[in-house]
Design a protein around this ligand. Structure first.
Ligand code: CP3
Length: 323
């Protein structure tokens, strides 16, 4: 979860000063590899996350974007009409983001069998929310306007993202990703009945398509604030549900059934607490998750300003756990 060390003074923050553009940092093979490896070298987690963004495929789909300091993602020409959606190209990863494949294969070789290399993509609804809103949003008024006044236009856009992200997952796996997380960060802005129309079928299509060619690739699904959707998330067919901390791990387990694996879900804010407090919360989460099918993680990315020694403590405690 947002492993790129925004909280790491000696690593990522220094590189950000040298290369101030997010797109530059995330589209250059050497920088992607270096940034991906920085937290792994310091903390030795079991997974190395590709340094990238869920929006990275957009230019390859004819949707220019940037990430502006202090403002977040910006889509210069938001898509709002059938004509806008027609102009969206389906994504060909080999041509559009060759640096992602190259970086993944270098990472795979670098970390050998000491850690898993993890890829990720944005889910269709979450990507659509950025390109329709024009960036981050509070009320999601523009995408809801589209969903509820011109649903066909939104469905056409969601279908393009679905086909493109299925290909992108396969491309990441073919180049070295050993598990891929799908971020549907904003699906929880939808009421459950609308999730069933605008997100679930597309997630399911992606999973079905990937499982046809890559049956053994573990797929993880994350949606922030997912408490209202918990029973529906496993219906996508993914192997692992990544829970945020607003869901009690024991309740989440119970509501999803025992067949699916869970990831999470310590509040990243806990890392501001004392070492004893952090230890206690890790043990609490592990106890509630049970002794199998659990990937211990935070419930979202590490917050800027988190003491690095507390991040190190999280890993020390986690590695010391014996069932
Ligand atoms: O190396 C890694 O650990 C990859 C980490 C990662 C990034 N983006 C890098 C990044 C991941 C997993 C993402 C996914 C992502 N991007 C999501 C899904 C996860 C979630 O948060 O729910 C979303 C919604 C985005 C869109 C996005 N990208 C936003 C909202 C922002 C701005 C955030 C902010 O606080 O400024 C970004 C920029 C971004 N992507 C940063 C990082 C490390 C921060 C900016 C920077 O470091 O320059």
């Amino acid at each position: 979860m947002r492993q790129a060390g925004r909280y790491m003074k000696a690593g990522y923050q220094v590189l950000c000063e040298k290369y101030p553009s997010f797109r530059q940092r995330s589209e250059n093979v050497d920088l992607v590899v270096e940034i991906s490896l920085q937290p792994w070298k310091v903390f030795k987690p079991d997974g190395v996350i590709l340094f990238s963004d869920i929006l990275t495929p957009l230019p390859g789909m004819n949707i220019p974007f940037d990430i502006v300091k202090g403002k977040g993602p910006v889509i210069y020409s938001p898509l709002r009409t059938a004509n806008d959606v027609d102009k969206v190209r389906e994504f060909c990863p080999q041509e559009a983001v060759p640096y992602v494949g190259e970086a993944l294969s270098i990472l795979r070789a670098e970390v050998k069998n000491e850690a898993a290399v993890l890829g990720f993509v944005g889910a269709p609804f979450t990507l659509a929310s950025y390109v329709v809103e024009g960036g981050s949003s509070k009320h999601f008024s523009k995408i809801k306007n589209l969903a509820f006044s011109q649903p066909k236009v939104l469905h056409a856009l969601l279908q393009k993202f679905t086909n493109s992200m299925a290909e992108y997952i396969k491309y990441q796996a073919d180049n070295g990703a050993q598990a891929v997380q799908i971020f549907d960060s904003w699906a929880t802005e939808l009421s459950p009945v609308d999730f069933e129309e605008f997100s679930l079928p597309y997630l399911k299509q992606i999973v079905d398509s990937v499982k046809l060619t890559h049956p053994d690739l573990p797929l993880i699904l994350y949606a922030s604030g997912s408490g209202g959707l918990i029973e529906r998330l496993p219906l996508t067919g993914v192997d692992v549900i990544s829970l945020d901390w607003t869901v009690d791990m024991e309740e989440g387990r119970r509501r999803m059934g025992s067949n699916i694996a869970v990831q999470g879900n310590v509040d990243p804010g806990v890392l501001f607490g004392s070492k004893e407090f952090i230890t206690q919360r890790i043990h609490d989460t592990v106890r509630k998750a049970g002794t199998s099918k659990h990937i211990l993680n935070l419930g979202h990315g590490i917050v800027v300003g988190t003491p690095e020694e507390n991040v190190a403590h999280f890993f020390e405690v986690a590695k010391g756990i014996r069932y």
